[in-house]
Design a protein around this ligand. Structure first.
Ligand SMILES: *Cc1c(COP(=O)(O)O)cnc(C)c1O
Length: 406
């Protein structure tokens, strides 16, 4: 009787989801929806054998656990993901999170721990993802100041604004003369709206110029979407863990199209990644992440996706489609803006019909006015862009003429 009730509910859900357009039309979403069948089937097969696969703590350096887990798989995918960033089993602590947001919360949390007992100044930009505001909300009171630095027109942090803002804080906090503050930096690799990447080296240089030494700085990289393809483009600076940055967060579901999950990785500098309070004796794990029991299928889905594609090829394909889409927009006389090495195409706000159909994210940007974006993930083809362009042609009359990036 109860199972019938559940089955009926499922039938209702199926009806609902069948009426929705396929996910590939969500061009405003940075998710990779290409060829998901393998992932779905593999997970289903495994779930039929073991429906509850749970991981806790970090899987690195753990060889076995008494319950059914995927620690070896989690370890495997983590090591593959951190390798291009210089991460290894010996120098990194990491775990699979629920998503980029948890990774950012962990970054701020561990940054505070690493810099303790200093109360650091937090630096982030006004185009940082809202998960950073969330992380700040959760850790409020632990910073001596919170500085939201303005961005340049393209969306990256304006490094020239860092020094005057920090100096201003130091002058106001009547700390003993010569006191050099500690700084927690959250830098973004690929802002949500414009795909802009903060220049981490310039941020560090502006802090060094004030006499702040590297050991008083903790840099967390929010690389939610761009972290997946960053190292596939040799124009990008190859930031290394423990050198340019201390921790990183990458979303598993964005570039890789794995299940809803993410990666948090931190350079092991001090004992902060091991704590007495974090040791759970009866589980013999060191549980210091934000969440405890986690879905072990996430690591499995991520490694399936990781092995399924030649990611260099996927990146090259996406760049080709970006160029194609930009050309198509030009032919409609719609201006576009794309940051270097980004797959996010900004346009002035498009007609409502288009925004609804393609789930485009829109917002009022201080620099460019009302904009929206189209994100080119591996599943996007020239054919899909052609469909969008045909739709656009029909309602282009509604668009106001704008001119930006002249
Ligand atoms: C998407 C995004 C996040 C959050 O990631 P989730 O996986 O959605 O939690 C964080 N930062 C940036 C820049 C993002 O674009």
């Amino acid at each position: 009787m109860d199972s019938l009730r559940a089955q009926n509910y499922v039938a209702e859900l199926k009806k609902k989801y069948q009426t929705l357009p396929p996910v590939i039309y969500q061009l405003g979403y940075p998710g990779n929806f290409k060829d998901q069948q393998l992932n779905i089937e593999a997970k289903l097969e495994i779930s039929k054998i073991q429906p509850f696969i749970t991981n806790s703590g970090s899987s690195l350096n753990i060889k076995e656990v008494p319950w059914i887990s995927s620690v070896e798989v989690e370890s495997d995918i983590i090591l593959r993901l951190i390798a291009p960033w210089g991460g290894k089993e010996e120098n990194t602590w990491a775990y699979i999170t629920t998503g980029g947001t948890e990774g950012n919360i962990a970054g701020v949390h561990f940054g505070l721990k690493e810099l303790y007992p200093y109360k650091p100044i937090l630096i982030y930009s006004n185009e940082s993802h809202f998960s950073i505001s969330k992380a700040i909300e959760l850790t409020k009171g632990q910073f001596s100041a919170i500085l939201q630095i303005p961005t340049l027109r393209n969306g990256e942090i304006n490094c020239k604004q860092i020094e005057p803002n920090v100096r201003n804080v130091i002058d106001q906090q009547d700390s003993a003369a010569g006191d050099i503050p500690s700084i927690l930096v959250v830098a973004t690799l690929g802002t949500t709206m414009k795909g802009a990447c903060d220049d981490v080296c310039s941020i560090l240089i502006s802090l060094y110029s004030m006499g702040v030494t590297r050991d008083k700085i903790f840099v967390h990289l929010d690389a939610a979407f761009h972290g997946g393809f960053w190292h596939l483009d040799n124009h990008n600076p190859q930031y290394q863990i423990g050198i340019e940055f201390n921790s990183i967060a990458i979303s598993g579901w964005k570039w890789y199209g794995a299940d809803i999950c993410g990666l948090f990785a931190i350079y092991q500098r001090t004992s902060c990644t091991y704590s007495e309070q974090g040791f759970r004796e009866y589980l013999s794990i060191n549980d210091i992440g934000i969440t405890s029991t986690r879905n072990g299928l996430n690591a499995i889905s991520w490694i399936i996706r990781f092995l399924q594609f030649d990611w260099q090829e996927e990146y090259n394909h996406c760049q080709k489609i970006v160029k194609y889409a930009v050309k198509q927009f030009q032919s409609l006389d719609i201006e576009t803006f794309v940051n270097p090495a980004s797959l996010t195409i900004c346009t002035p706000t498009l007609p409502t019909l288009i925004i609804k159909k393609y789930c485009l994210a829109c917002y009022d940007d201080g620099h460019l006015g009302k904009i929206c974006h189209i994100i080119i993930c591996p599943h996007v083809t020239e054919g899909l862009i052609d469909i969008l362009v045909t739709d656009l042609r029909e309602c282009i009359g509604e668009m106001k003429k704008t001119s930006w990036f002249k």
